[in-house]
Every structure is written in C-alpha cells, then in structure tokens.
Ligand binder design. Structure first.
Ligand SMILES: C/C=C/C(=O)SCCNC(=O)CCNC(=O)[C@H](O)C(C)(C)COP(=O)(O)OP(=O)(O)OC[C@H]1O[C@@H](n2cnc3c(N)ncnc32)[C@H](O)[C@@H]1OP(=O)(O)O
Length: 261
C-alpha cells in the first residue's frame, strides 16, 4: 500500500501513524480521505495490528479540511443539489466510519491545532489525548457549514450535548485544559514527545489484554450509538449536498486565516 498523506511506523502491535501535509498544518486533502479508507481497511484485516495512534507530523494535528484542495476539486458542485457532492461527502465520512465501526483501537494524540474535520476525525477515535499546546475548534458554522463528517453525530456522546452546542455554535477555540474539563481528552501531557511516549505506554497496557475481549469491548461500546450515527451522517450528507453555500465559505475563509475571530 503506498500512502502520500500518512507516514506509518510499527511498534510491536501498535501502528503509529503521522498525518503529513505538515506545510499546510496537516489540512485534510482529498488524498487524506481516500487513503484513510484504504489504510483502515488494511489495519482491520491485519491480525498483527491491535491499535493505532494518530498524530500530526508537524506543529499541528490538523487544520481541518484543506479548502484549497476541496474547492478546486468540488467547488463547482456546491449549491447545485448534486448527487456527486452527496457521494463525495459519503466518501469523506467513510474512513472515519470504518474506524468507529471497526474492531481495532484508534487513538488520537493531538498537539497544536485540531480544527473542523480534525475534530470530526478524533471524535471517531476510541480515546483522545493531547499536549498542553493543543487547541480544538469546530469552525464549520462560521464557514456556513453544518459539520457533516461526524462531530455533531458523535461528540454529544463524548462531551455531552451542551458542550457540543457551545463548540459548534460559537466556532471558538478551546485549549487543552478546557478539553480535559469537558472530557474531550482523557489526559493532557506536557509536550508532543511526552504525549507520544505516554500514549504509547497506555496503549501497550491495553493491548496486553486478550484481544478478542478488547476488540469485542470496543465494538459493543460503539454499537450503542452506531445506528443513530450512521443515519444522521447520511441525513447531513443529503442536507449539505442541497444547502451548502459557497459564498459563506468564500466570505469567511479569509477571516479565519487572518485569525479575526
Ligand atoms: C467539512 C470540514 C470543514 C472544516 O474542516 S472547517 C475547518 C477549516 N479549517 C480552519 O478554519 C483552519 C484554518 N487554519 C488556521 O486557523 C491556521 O492555519 C492554523 C491555526 C491551523 C495554523 O496556524 P499557523 O501555525 O500560524 O500556520 P499558518 O501560517 O496559518 O498555516 C500554514 C499553511 O497552511 C495553510 N493552511 C492552514 N489551514 C489550512 C486549511 N484548512 N486549508 C488549506 N490550507 C490551510 C495556510 O494557508 C498556510 O499556507 P501558506 O504557508 O502557503 O500560506
């Protein structure tokens, strides 16, 4: 399997996976979404991998959707009630859904910014940890998007409905301390190096347990909400295929990049 967006490193039964595109704060390109599907399908099939830890290769976990890449590929579909846009959103949802519905244990180790679809991604993980410099936000509402890749569907079950509303309605950043307070992350570590080494120890302690029980435990927990999450992800894909407004994105993207919040 040849991957351009991801760099993988095997540590026993654990795969440490870095997001590349670090020059653009690991913003998620179309390549990210399509390669993620292949990557997760392979991990689920590989009996030697029990768990994965995801981290950003550079200073940020992920700046969310790479808007230059997305608009150049799909901008012409927005606002046209397009079946192709619906199918595109479904492909973007698929890799994260495979993680959520799969049996392996997926862990996010966040340093720097984790924005938009970066937050969608970590909400599909089984556990989240971060370093002190971490920042989380859902910028979609500010950009005229009802977040359609999993945050609205999964976060209420992780941080509760009210915290999800605050994040989504405000599009404001929260820091590592707040992320811990609202249970978005399980723990906070000093810097990125310490984060990765501590998370590795935590995951190693899980993967010593009999894997049949570990994998079944993960799946039974996620089964509680899988059906509702899948139904709602499909509804929001249909909604956005009809109602996304490219002018809202074009007007507000420059403000975000100038950090006028
Ligand atoms: C359906 C899903 C929707 C969503 O995901 S909504 C969320 C969209 N994302 C955002 O709103 C984040 C926007 N980016 C930022 O706020 C900042 O960036 C960061 C806080 C992530 C990083 O700040 P700093 O460390 O100061 O880096 P920098 O100079 O702003 O960015 C480095 C390079 O990365 C490009 N970049 C950053 N985010 C994105 C993005 N989301 N899409 C495309 N490019 C991005 C920049 O433009 C620049 O590039 P150059 O060096 O060529 O000027």
């Amino acid at each position: 399997m040849s991957l351009n967006f991801f760099e993988t490193q095997r540590l026993g039964n654990i795969e440490l996976i870095y997001f590349l595109n670090e020059k653009h704060a690991s913003a998620q390109t179309w390549e990210f979404f399509t390669e993620l599907i292949e990557l997760i399908e392979n991990i689920e099939k590989d009996d030697t991998i029990y768990s994965t830890i995801f981290a950003g290769k550079g200073n940020h976990f992920s700046a969310g959707l790479d808007f230059n890449d997305f608009l150049s590929h799909f901008g012409h579909l927005i606002g046209n009630d397009s079946k192709e846009l619906y199918e595109t959103i479904k492909i973007m949802q698929k890799g994260m859904n495979l993680m959520f519905g799969g049996k392996k244990i997926y862990i996010a180790a966040v340093s720097g910014s984790c924005i938009g679809s970066g937050l969608d991604f970590i909400s599909a993980c089984d556990l989240r940890f971060c370093s002190q410099d971490a920042i989380f936000s859902l910028k979609e509402t500010q950009l005229g998007i009802a977040a359609d890749l999993g945050s609205l569907q999964r976060l209420p079950f992780i941080i509760g409905f009210n915290n999800t509303r605050m994040l989504a309605f405000s599009s404001k950043n929260i820091d590592a301390k707040t992320a811990k307070q609202i249970n978005l992350v399980n723990d906070v570590f000093d810097g990125k190096e310490q984060l990765i080494s501590e998370v590795l120890k935590i995951v190693q302690s899980f993967t010593k347990n009999p894997t049949s029980a570990l994998f079944a435990t993960k799946q039974f927990i996620n089964n509680l909400i899988k059906e509702i999450v899948n139904t709602q992800l499909d509804s929001i894909a249909q909604f956005n295929a009809k109602f996304l407004n490219i002018r809202d994105m074009q007007n507000n993207l420059p403000k975000i990049f100038k950090k006028e919040q």
